[in-house]
Write a protein that binds this ligand. Sequence first.
Ligand SMILES: [Zn+2]
Length: 512
Amino acid sequence: MSTQPCTPPAARPANAAPARPRVVAGPEHPRRPSSPAAASADTVSVGRMLRFFRGHRGLTLTQAAHTVGLSASALSLIETGKREAKLSVLTGLAEAYHVRVEDLFSTRAPSQRAALEIELEQAQRAPEFAALGVPSVRISPGLSTEALAALVGLHRALSEVRRERAATPESARQANTLLRSRMKAQDNYFGEIEVLAGDLLRHTEYQGGPVRNRLVDDIARRLGYSIVPAADLPFSTRTVTDRKHRRIFVPEVVSTKNELRSLTLQALGHVALGHDVPRDYGEFLEQRIEVNYFTAAIKVPEREAAALLIDAKARRELAIEDLAEEFEVSFETAAHRFTNLSTRHLEIPVHFMRVSREGIIHKAYSNDGVNFPADATGSVEGQRVCRYWTVREAFNQPWGSAYSQYTDTGAGTFWCTATIDETPDGPFSVSIGVPNAQVRWMRDRVTEHRAVSRCPDPRCCARPGEEVERRWRDAVFPDARLTPGLLSALPPGRFPGVDDVEVMEFLERRGP
Ligand SMILES: [Zn+2]
């Protein structure tokens, strides 16, 4: 049984995610070990059952223990779930209580009171509770049902608060760091998703070049879904999928056809990849990465893109812009796609970054040994990148075209190219880079721009000059511009950041 400490069978919330088969790209995803309290959940619940049935028969501990040759204290330990009973003991007791042995293992508590007792017992056994250092309450017949219900209510509320806290930046960063190391280990190539996307495209009339919206509709049909434009989509969502009636609601008004294509493909990605309600923040992020990968793998199909790249490499004319042009995608999508395919098909290691005007990393990937700044937990997102790196120098150049530069760093020399992407959240610089040894394949390798970065040495760019610092250190007091959306705390819910009420009300309005 996989019952969690705070949700015994009688009180399992309706939204608890059921076990399910998962499509996981690459090596088996590391599973979290189950909590030690979960292992004893059965013992607790069997013990409660035994106590309940004994009470029902009007037997004392001593009387009941006597029928199976145990001491009263031994039976008490079994009833409180502190000791596991042998099957022979259970059989004997079931007989004495005039019940079947199966009844002792019933997942249904025999009464409301027993359900509360089980829930409290399990909550008090959870390691999170032990960590609070609060004494636990002895569960005895003398404890009123009212007090019992109040305690259980408090434990439930506490577990809710804990769940909210689980969606704060710190744990989000940890989950993200874990995911990034997995992506690096597989060179950012997700074979299963490539095969899935390739198969779906092969069943349309796709002939190469850009993947038009018409083909996306074909893919939806193949997956058994229809695309329905809606003017009243909940504000907290990009699209809403109704799995019962197999419809995907997309916004009626979008800024570009490209945006509609991306939104639709992301929703279809969840369907095609068999995603279910995420169990935790890590799985939520993983699903986002997988649907983004799926979307890019449809828009820039592996077979056609790899052919183009292999040919360009042979001519020493590799350029992200060509990929963007051929498939009519943004520089960022093309750059992202380049990281998926370059190591696999071209044997070129690579790094990728998306950096805000303030120099803060929003997205990053590397398998080429570049020394990204990182915090103590190994998290790269949210760190400020060296001001001499290409990705930041690009802000100081004309924004219309790509800017390329060689940068000497503590980890070697890298050639990078960056483009500024103007978004409603402000301008972002998107860059792709390769180690010096690989630059001979790149078309824009000839450039006068060179820089030296000594970061993480703070004397590189993290501190002002001594003279300047002395003049201003005690006189300056700036007010920070907070960058929203960077692994920031998301309102908790089944889907972080999504307003469940709005979504269900939206579907209610739609009807079948
Ligand atoms: Zn620096």
